[in-house]
Design a binder for this molecule. Sequence first.
Ligand code: CA
Length: 231
Amino acid sequence: MDERTDMQRILVVEDEASLARALQLELEHEGYQVQVAGNGYEAVARASEGKWDLILLDVMLPGLDGFEVCRQVRKRSAVPIVILTAREALGDKITGLDAGADDYVAKPFAIQELLARIRARLRRSGAAHQDGDRLVVGDLVVCRDTHTVSRGGRPIALTRREFDLLAYLAENAGLVLTRDAILNRVWGFDYYGETNIVEVYIRYLRVKVDEPFPVKLLQTVRGVGYTLRES
Ligand code: CA
């Protein structure tokens, strides 16, 4: 296998050998460096071994299923995860997003659609990885690799959802994000819980990220949404 470091690395987790092989060939043809894991345990081990740019993860796996793999990987890594499943159920998509997946593609899929989704996901995470995975707004530093946040060097503990929300705001620092955009990106397109969930989490973030500090970064733009900026 080519070990050039400028190639993006994708871990394919799929127990069906012929499909795994087909995916590997297609992805290699597109210029990615690819490895395959054939079961859930192997997937968790491989995921923590290497530095991956993306994980393509089947749900129905021997050993741990894809959702459990996703949860385990998420404890240690913010790597983009795209879930593949034969099951069309909406419940699966929600379970996947709750487990920390970034996107979902239902089988059977057209390979071109899958490749497009992968490119989109890599572009998005590439944009967020500028400056060595660190997003900086004023004295606020959001580190996506280690899932840590600090202000003026002081660490701030956040829940995973708070972190995702803050990271999304920091990726788009200076831009106003609407409540719907935030809901779609941080909670997923099929979220149908409390309608004021975004406001509630913005409040949580303010308490942790802004209240202890003289300069307030998280700003409400009335009637539009929220933005993270220095002034
Ligand atoms: Ca399978």
